[in-house]
Design a binder for this molecule. Structure first.
Ligand code: SF4
Length: 218
């Protein structure tokens, strides 16, 4: 396996990009040095596209306003208010229905309208799309396909402004992002083993989860 990719910010010990330009010397592999034209073009995008600039500014204001004080659910509502979003969409996993219910109640009590739709909506038989019985979680039974495309379509039809993912599985969330044009943010990243706290595997990869680095992850 190749050790280094084209982009290697993870190896930087300087983090010059956090400081004023020319106050710290970035490493030679810093994209700020090696990709000057592309990054200048990106900078122009913010300056020329008013909508994107608003997104960038309101994201930054959300960050600074609640820095180390607001929880993610509070930040989502703060960002929505700043953007003028009044209709929240929740795309949730069928296994996190209770969490979706709680999030909905919080959004409602904070003055938002809320639409929520679960991942199994439409109950498409997995076998219909080419999966076999052995591909199911529980073989020998009917299993409905997770249906993030339907979640995206139904939320789009409902005209939600900001859509919040609660526990969509890996890959299903990718399909949701791929299929959805409207703004999306993640409240809960599903991890069935770690209580939806996937970063715990990284924090313990020097000890209990050492195997993640020692063999192909399972
Ligand atoms: S952008 Fe440059 S300075 Fe910032 S972390 Fe990456 S390599 Fe380091």
């Amino acid at each position: 396996m190749k050790d280094l990719g084209q982009l290697n910010c993870h190896l930087c010990s300087v983090k010059a990009c956090r400081s004023e330009p020319n106050t710290k010397k970035p490493p030679q592999f810093c994209p700020t040095l090696t990709e000057t034209e592309r990054l200048a073009a990106v900078e122009r995008t913010y300056l020329e596209n008013e909508e994107l600039r608003k997104w960038a500014c309101e994201s930054a204001r959300t960050e600074s306003a609640g820095y180390c004080r607001s929880t993610r659910v509070q930040e989502i509502m703060d960002f929505a208010r700043r953007m003028g979003f009044t209709r929240m969409g929740i795309a949730h996993c069928v296994g996190l229905l209770e969490e979706a219910k709680i999030a909905r109640a919080i959004f409602l009590s904070n003055g938002f309208e809320v639409e929520a739709v679960c991942c199994k909506v439409g109950y498409i038989n997995k076998e219909k799309v080419g999966l076999s019985d052995k591909d199911k979680v529980h073989s020998g039974q009917f299993e409905a396909l997770r249906n993030p495309i339907a979640q995206a379509e139904l939320l789009a039809q409902a005209g939600t402004h900001l859509n919040v993912l609660i526990g969509l599985c890996v890959g299903h969330d990718s399909l949701f992002f791929k299929h959805f044009q409207a703004p999306v943010t993640v409240l809960v990243a599903k991890d069935r083993v770690l209580g939806h706290n996937p970063v715990a595997a990284l924090y313990t990869s020097h000890s209990y989860y050492r195997r993640l680095k020692e063999q192909p992850a399972k």
